[in-house]
Design a protein around this ligand. Sequence first.
Ligand SMILES: Cc1cc2nc3c(=O)[nH]c(=O)nc-3n(C[C@H](O)[C@H](O)[C@H](O)COP(=O)(O)OP(=O)(O)OC[C@H]3O[C@@H](n4cnc5c(N)ncnc54)[C@H](O)[C@@H]3O)c2cc1C
Length: 240
Amino acid sequence: MSDTSSVKLIRYTDPTRQSLAHAAAVYLGKPDTDNVKRPLNIIKKGDTLAIFRGESARFEFRTSKVVYDHLITYTTMNMRACGGLRANEATVFVPPVEDDDPIYKEIGEAHLEAYRKLVHGIDPQTEDPIHKKRLQAARSVAPVSVELHYMMEFNFTTLIEAVFPQRIWTPGAQLDTRHVVMKMFALIREEDPELWDLIHDYYGPEAQAWKRLRMKLKLDQPELYEKLMAEYGVVRSMWD
Ligand SMILES: Cc1cc2nc3c(=O)[nH]c(=O)nc-3n(C[C@H](O)[C@H](O)[C@H](O)COP(=O)(O)OP(=O)(O)OC[C@H]3O[C@@H](n4cnc5c(N)ncnc54)[C@H](O)[C@@H]3O)c2cc1C
């Protein structure tokens, strides 16, 4: 089944990286507040991502409510706006991306039609005119996978530490949500490829795999693990 979701980036707060550069200079007590390379060094050193919490990306989505339900779990999201099924009438059923059997579309659209008939004052069982039902009551019979139109804004730290790792950089997320979050990453990467490629390298799939690799190596090959740690694993204090 094809992916029908749409994602737009409608606001990216720091395309020139000047705002991050200023915060990074203050954070490290440096005078050159326009050094746009300094935020990159913060990523490379693995320092706190506090300055990245001050920048954000606002997205506008048209996805199934199933995907919306996944994205809304991020409590550290900056804002969201969604008319939802109380203020808006759902008109589009979104079939599952995992299975292209037409049975989902047939059943889903029949349920959506029943909901819409209730809203427009038609009894879906007899086709007789009835008193128009309120959207908030009629939605109880709508399918879960209807299209929603909404906006969400995430700060960069939430994207780097929670949304991207959980939904695209480690396996486990549902395919439809994965597609949407991949679009989110591609859109912000376009704004500042140097920054987001570096973030991908330091926090992306390789870095996530490395975390698991370390524990596996420690258990399976303790001698090799000790040797690698002694040779490459020494961490120095920033004050040395
Ligand atoms: C594959 C997958 C399956 C999932 N399955 C389920 C499921 O079955 N049921 C379900 O309910 N959810 C499920 N979730 C959602 C998941 O539990 C999280 O709610 C969601 O991914 C948000 O993650 P988060 O807490 O890291 O993000 P955020 O809420 O954005 O938080 C980011 C980070 O901020 C910190 N933080 C946030 N709030 C606080 C606080 N109050 N105090 C201190 N620190 C805080 C934490 O370090 C947190 O990791 C699933 C998620 C994934 C990726």
